[in-house]
Design a protein around this ligand. Sequence first.
Ligand SMILES: [Zn+2]
Ligand SMILES: [Zn+2]
Length: 168
Amino acid sequence: MRIPMDAFVPYPETEISPAVTLQMESVEGYPVRSANLERFTLVSHKDHSLSVRYAGNAVVTIPCGRCLTPVATAVSFEGERKFSLEEKTDEEGYPACCIGEEGLDLEELLSEEIAMNLPIRVLCKETCKGLCPVCGGNLNLRDCGCKAETAPTRLAEALKNALGERSN
Ligand SMILES: [Zn+2]
Ligand SMILES: [Zn+2]
């Protein structure tokens, strides 16, 4: 949703809480299932700056870090940002891509916010067995047998031989 610039101008130092519907398809390439704002307030100041306060939650589909199964992941976010409406910069002076001639692009602002709050690693379950390094099969779904019968057995034999040679 884009909030037009002229919505801010007639209300200096005034707080408005417009009803907002978010339409987000993806964040950082991950599909967004839902995104909701619980609180959202705009304050336009006399110096042509704009404060935005927001809190909400989203559900983002992220692949499991071990087996790549998509996992619906809840992300909550909360923050306050201040922008210069004339310079179109944020509080640190960097260009703000969510502020344009047409106004404030809320999805742009909040997708940055959600991206910052994404978990570093997502697992489908704590005990996820991951993918077989030999055949790539999902080890949660079936035991392909590759791993159990090749690598560990060879390693065990090699150790046994090495230890046997040493003790002889
Ligand atoms: Zn997994
Ligand atoms: Zn395998």
